[in-house]
Write a protein that binds this ligand. Structure first.
Ligand code: FA5
Ligand code: MG
Length: 414
C-alpha cells in the first residue's frame, strides 16, 4: 500500500494491490494487516490444513458426480478476492440497507471495490459464463468479533448446481405433466418461490440436502450428528443452515438454499432451477483436525505445519497442541463517540495487536445519565502461540492500543 509522506496509513491516497491502484475515498477502511493477508492463499498451499480439507471436498464432488465418466463439477480456486460491490451484493439481490453492506462489516478499497465477504460474489459471473455445476474456493474478508472461531480472513467453498427440466425429473418414474414452473405465477410461500412448482422445489431440496449430508458424513464419519435449521439469505429461498455437533455444541458450518429465480433469469438461464451452498473451511478443519484456535491457520511455526505433511488428503490427522503459553489479560475503558461501532474497535485491536490477541470481550457498558455519555469496557486477552509473553511485552502493545483508540476512533479513555 502507499502512504503519502506525513500522512497516517489510514488516510493513504490509494491502495496498490496485485498491480492495480484503488483510489481511496470515504469508504476506504482496509488496514495494512488485512492487505498483507491477500495472496497468502492458504487454500492453495501444499500440506496446509485448509488446502487438505479443500482437496477432500473437491474429491467428494469429483468422485460422486459423474456424467459419462467425467466429473460434472468444475473447481475455481484462483479468482481474485478483489471484487466490485455489484459482484458481492447487487448480483445477489442484497438490499441496499442490508447490514452486510455497512462499512463496519466489510472491507472496502473505496465505494466501488472491496475484498469479497463471501465466495458467492462470483456465482452470477460463473453462471453467465455458461457453467451448470461448479465449486468456488477462496479467501474471504469480514470485520467481525475476535475469538477462537472468528478471524477477519477465512476461507469458503461455494457450490452451485443447475438443472434443466429433463435432468431434474429423469429419476421420476412417470415425469409426464411435471414442470419446473407454475403455469401461472403464484405467491411466495415459506417453502417455495412464486414461479417454482412444488414438485421441482422438493426434488431440488432433496438433492441439495442429501448431497451436503453425504459430504458431512464423508468428512466426519457416519456417526457424526448433524441438524438442519431454517435460515434466510437474500439470494436463496427457501434457505437452510447445516449444524454439526462439536464439543457438545451445535456449530453452524454452512448456509444453502434454492437459488432466487431472478438471479438465474438475469443470468441468462431462465429455463433452469438450481441450488447453492457456501461453507466455512476453518470451522470444518477445526473440527476435523481438532485445531483449537483459528489463528493457528496463519502460523508459520513448524510445530504446527509439520503435522499436516501428508500427500493423501484422506489421511486421518489429529492435531496435537505442542504447548500452550499463559494468557495476559488487560482491560480498556473509554467513552464512545456518537458514530462508534464495536467492529471498528475489534479491527483496531487486530491491527495493533496482530495474532497476539486471542479474544476481545465487551465486559461492561455504562450510560452516564448526567453527561449523556456511554462508556464501554473491553477485556483483551493476549497470548503468544510460540512463547510466554511478559507483562512488560503486553504493556507496550496495550498502551499502543490505548493511544490508537484515542487517535483513530476518537474515544476518550477513562
Ligand atoms: C454466507 O457467506 C453465504 N454466502 C452462504 C451461502 C451461499 C448461502 C450460497 C446460500 C447460498 P454465512 O455468512 O453464514 O453465509 O457464512 C457461511 C459459513 O462461513 C458459515 O456457516 C461459517 O462456517 C463460515 N463463517 C462465517 N463467518 C465466519 C468467520 N468470521 N470466521 C470463520 N468462519 C466463518
Ligand atoms: Mg451464517
Amino acid at each position: 500500500f502507499c502512504t503519502k509522506a506525513g500522512k497516517e496509513p489510514h488516510f493513504r491516497e490509494s491502495i496498490v494491490l496485485k498491480g492495480a491502484s484503488y483510489p481511496s475515498d470515504s469508504w476506504t477502511n482496509i488496514p495494512p494487516s488485512i492487505l498483507q493477508k491477500v495472496g497468502r492463499d492458504l487454500h492453495n498451499r501444499k500440506h496446509h490444513p485448509i488446502s487438505l480439507i479443500k482437496l477432500r471436498i473437491k474429491n467428494f464432488f469429483y468422485n460422486n458426480f459423474l456424467r459419462r465418466g467425467s466429473p460434472i463439477f468444475s473447481v475455481y480456486d484462483n479468482l481474485s478476492p478483489i471484487v466490485t460491490l455489484k459482484q458481492n451484493f447487487d448480483n445477489l439481490l442484497v438490499p441496499l440497507d442490508h447490514p452486510s453492506r455497512a462499512q463496519s462489516d466489510s472491507y472496502y478499497f473505496n465505494r466501488s471495490h472491496m475484498l469479497r465477504a463471501h465466495t458467492t460474489a462470483h456465482q452470477k459471473d460463473l453462471i453467465m459464463s455458461g457453467l451448470n455445476s461448479f465449486l468456488i474456493v477462496g479467501d474471504v474478508y469480514r470485520r467481525d468479533t475476535v475469538d477462537a472461531s472468528h478471524y477477519p480472513v477465512f476461507h469458503q467453498v461455494d457450490g452451485v448446481r443447475l438443472f434443466t427440466q429433463e435432468e431434474l425429473f429423469n429419476s421420476v418414474r412417470d415425469p409426464v405433466g411435471l414442470s419446473l414452473f407454475e403455469k401461472t405465477v403464484g405467491e411466495r410461500l415459506p417453502d417455495k418461490q412464486e414461479d417454482h412448482s412444488l414438485e421441482a422445489v422438493k426434488l431440488v431440496e432433496h438433492d441439495l440436502k442429501s448431497t451436503l449430508e453425504h459430504l458431512a458424513h464423508h468428512l466426519f464419519g457416519k456417526e457424526s450428528e448433524i441438524q438442519w435449521v431454517d435460515a434466510y439469505f437474500p439470494f436463496t429461498h427457501p434457505s437452510w443452515e447445516l449444524e454439526i455437533k462439536y464439543q457438545d455444541k451445535w456449530l453452524e458450518v454452512l448456509g444453502c438454499g434454492i437459488i432466487e429465480q431472478e438471479i438465474l433469469r438475469s443470468g441468462g438461464v431462465a429455463h433452469q432451477i438450481g441450488w447453492a451452498f457456501g461453507l466455512g473451511l476453518e470451522r470444518l478443519a477445526m473440527k476435523l483436525y481438532n485445531i483449537p484456535d483459528i489463528r493457528l491457520f496463519w502460523s508459520e511455526n513448524p510445530d504446527f505445519l509439520s503435522q499436516f505433511q501428508v500427500d493423501d488428503p484422506e489421511t486421518p490427522i489429529t492435531y496435537k497442541v505442542t504447548s500452550k503459553y499463559p494468557q495476559c489479560i488487560c482491560d480498556i475503558s473509554f467513552w464512545i463517540p456518537d458514530n462508534y461501532k464495536e467492529n471498528d474497535f475489534y479491527d483496531l485491536v487486530r491491527t495493533v495487536g496482530g495474532d497476539l490477541v486471542e479474544k476481545v470481550d465487551l465486559v461492561d457498558k455504562f450510560f452516564h445519565t448526567k453527561h449523556q455519555r456511554q462508556s464501554h469496557c473491553y477485556r483483551v486477552i493476549y497470548r503468544h502461540m510460540e512463547k510466554t509473553l511478559t507483562q512488560a511485552d503486553v504493556n507496550v502493545i496495550h498502551n499502543a492500543l490505548r493511544q490508537e483508540a484515542t487517535k483513530e476512533l476518537g474515544v476518550e479513555l477513562r
